[in-house]
Ligand binder design. Structure first.
Ligand code: CU
Length: 306
């Protein structure tokens, strides 16, 4: 699943350096092995009872000093220019804020849209500003050959540019707790036109929320909307349409039990999201620090979603 051919500009740059070093290594391995076997046969004792004492061959020495030096310097050159390329994002890059938390990713665009998948247009450089809400995570997109530690209290950056439409895996490379293994998401590369429609639609939804009650705004600001739909479609989490008052099956410490989704349950789910997880959904909801007042507003809003 995670083995993929390189894609994007970064993928090409990294693979070029990698295959150059691999080719030199394979060539030298073959050459040295061949010479070893050849010398063993050619200069065996039966054919050369008397060992020859060869001293100094200035040209041989010059060649075996200069050629390896050039090969190694070329590795350094390609490595360094590749590294510079990967580190320097073009100024026109689209900026996306990435928040890692146990155990999911949240992407926030410049216009305020929040998403749990990284949707980007083809052919445009994207610069990620990564930070963590809790422990150290690692953002890794193998197909693009990009990887960066995500550390609490600091912002790290990463950039890449997609060259083909498609869906590519993102995973966490730091063991960050119990559900580390399911801390995965996707980079979805779409044609520019499709991206702009999505981006615009998100913008309009954001605008529409502005005039709404505080609860609705919190629902957007805190990123709840990325996982919980309001129209009945299940996403990563259950839809909140008509959720309040429903009887739901939850998993508590590995045991199934049936409870009523009341105010208390919602409050608990916001503060300690992974104690009673609705059956069929992964236990990946991040903890949110919220004031009592805010929780109250949020619950009131969810109540209204009939
Ligand atoms: Cu992680």
């Amino acid at each position: 699943m995670f083995v993929s051919w390189a894609t994007g500009l970064s993928g090409k740059v990294v693979d070029q350096v990698f295959f150059y070093i691999l080719a030199v290594s394979v060539f030298l391995l073959a050459l040295i092995t061949f010479l070893m076997v050849y010398f063993v046969i050619r200069f065996r004792k039966k054919r050369n009872p008397q060992a020859t004492d060869i001293r100094e061959n200035i040209w041989l020495e010059i060649i075996w000093t200069i050629v390896p030096t050039l090969i190694v310097l070329a590795m350094f050159y390609y490595g360094l220019t590749g590294f510079h390329f990967l580190k320097k994002a073009p100024v026109e890059a689209m900026k996306v804020k990435v928040t890692a938390r146990q155990w999911s990713w949240l992407f926030e665009y410049e216009n305020g849209i929040k998403s749990i998948e990284l949707r980007i247009p083809i052919g445009k450089p994207v610069k990620l500003f990564l930070t963590s809400q809790d422990v150290i995570h690692g953002f890794y997109a193998p197909a693009f050959r990009i990887k960066q530690d995500v550390v609490p209290g600091m912002t790290t950056t990463l950039w890449f540019q997609a060259t083909e439409v498609g869906t590519f895996d993102v995973l966490c490379t730091q063991y960050c707790g119990l559900q580390h293994a399911i801390m995965m998401t996707k980079i979805v590369v779409v044609p520019s036109e499709e991206f702009h429609q999505w981006y615009q639609k998100g913008r309009e939804e954001m605008e529409a929320i502005k005039g709404k009650p505080r609860g609705a705004q919190l629902f957007q600001e805190k990123g709840c909307i990325a996982c919980h739909s309001l129209d009945g479609t299940p996403r990563v989490g259950p839809t909140l349409k008509g959720f309040l008052g429903k009887t739901v099956i939850v998993i508590t410490d590995g045991e199934e039990r049936s409870i009523e989704a009341d105010d208390d349950y919602l409050r608990r789910s916001i503060l300690e999201p992974n104690t009673d997880v609705v059956k069929g959904f992964p236990p990946i909801m991040p903890k949110e620090k919220m004031a009592d007042e805010e929780i109250h507003e949020l619950i009131n809003y969810i109540k209204g979603l009939k």
